[in-house]
Design a protein around this ligand. Structure first.
Ligand SMILES: N[C@@H](CCC(=O)N[C@@H](CS)C(=O)NCC(=O)O)C(=O)O
Length: 352
């Protein structure tokens, strides 16, 4: 079987049963004065709302006020034989079937490929490189001027979205926002490194392991890392690094918000749940979700649950998507309000 045909759940090594994530292929950046300079409407972002890596880019796009600068196409949550697929342009305006109907053709908030009308994300990759044979992953940021992919590595995309458009953004909060400030870089880098290995990728290593030992190695590292994060947040701090929002929060958020709905059950990360066993992480999570629209607006629990439980039939052959947990994320209750009084004021009114 060629690499490109292999499903993501078959990336586990035959020898030790451990999951190994592929390295991304397109690694350019958008920056003033470079080949890919910032321009309104020039770039297009391909995402899945289910994917934690793509989710990072959507959050930063919104935090940096780039919604009118970079348009987005959103794949359907089912990642099956041919990889990520789009709704057909002629179906895009139809009322989507309810999520529970498991339709291949429509799904709430899934779009057509707005640039090419492609059926699969693989077609977009092949427009950039006809002989591309690695994995067809999201996120992808496409340049309509050069007709190619600028980058398909989320950690790099969020870095250049953070600064690359500042020269054309209007003055204001979004332009000022720096998610990777010079003075915090060393601490952010240090945190990112183990959070990536043990948490972001740790849930996948647990869920995609095909041998007991590989699973246990991954899941116990994840458990240890979550306890380390829980301790870090025990002084009541609102953000992981310094006293402000940084990319470290963005990168951890997209894993934690999926934890109780998906990773706890589907990926067998069930030594505890965020809501019952990690109160400090749970508070940090709820503050981000309920007080900052860039987090809530970009979090779609229907896509998240439907994607994992329906797509990985090796792990869940019945494809039944679980009913719970209820609610998807807990409200920001009185304790949360007390601990972050200043921030919560406006947002807590939204909490049902
Ligand atoms: N290193 C990449 C990883 C992206 C990634 O693995 N995306 C997954 C979805 S969560 C994907 O598109 N998988 C498709 C496949 O493997 O065929 C990044 O952070 O951008």
């Amino acid at each position: 079987m060629s690499t490109e045909k292999k499903g993501i759940t078959e990336w586990a090594s035959k020898d030790d049963g451990a999951f190994k994530r592929q390295v991304s292929s397109f690694r350019d950046e958008i920056k003033e004065g470079g080949k890919f300079s910032p321009e309104k409407g020039r770039y297009h972002l391909y995402v899945s709302l289910a994917c934690p890596w793509a989710h990072r880019t959507l959050i930063v796009r919104e935090l940096k006020g780039l919604q009118d600068y970079i348009d987005v196409s959103t794949v359907h949550p089912h990642m099956l034989e041919g990889g990520w697929h789009f709704v057909k342009p002629e179906d895009a305006s139809k009322t989507p079937a309810p999520a529970s109907a498991h339709s291949f053709d429509t799904f709430p908030a899934a779009t057509a490929d707005k640039l090419f009308g492609s059926s699969y994300i693989s077609e977009v990759y092949r427009h950039a490189q006809p002989d591309y044979s690695a994995r067809f992953t999201v996120p992808v940021i496409w340049d309509t001027k050069e007709g190619t992919i600028v980058n398909n590595e989320s950690s790099e995309i969020i870095r250049f979205l953070n600064t690359g458009f500042n020269s054309i953004l209007p003055d204001g909060q979004a332009k000022e926002l720096d998610l990777y400030p010079e003075e915090l870089r060393a601490e952010i880098d240090e945190l990112n490194e183990w959070v990536y290995d043990d948490v972001n990728n740790g849930v996948y290593k647990s869920g995609f392991a095909t041998k007991q030992d590989a699973y246990e190695t991954a899941v116990t590292k994840l458990e240890e890392a979550l306890h380390k994060l829980e301790d870090r947040l025990s002084d009541g701090r609102q953000y992981l690094v310094g006293d402000r929002l940084t990319e470290a929060d963005v990168r951890l958020y997209t894993t934690i918000v999926r934890y109780d709905p998906v990773y706890h059950g589907h990926f067998k990360c069930n030594f505890g749940s965020i809501r019952h066993d990690f109160p400090n992480i749970n508070l940090w999570l709820r503050r981000l979700y309920w007080t900052n629209p860039a987090f809530k607006d970009t979090t779609n629990f229907e896509h998240i649950k439907e994607h994992y439980y329906y797509s990985h039939s090796q792990i869940n052959p019945t494809r039944i998507v679980p009913y719970g947990p209820k609610p998807d994320i807990e409200p920001l209750d009185a304790a949360g309000v007390k601990r972050s009084a200043a921030d919560v004021d406006g947002a807590s009114k939204k909490v049902k």
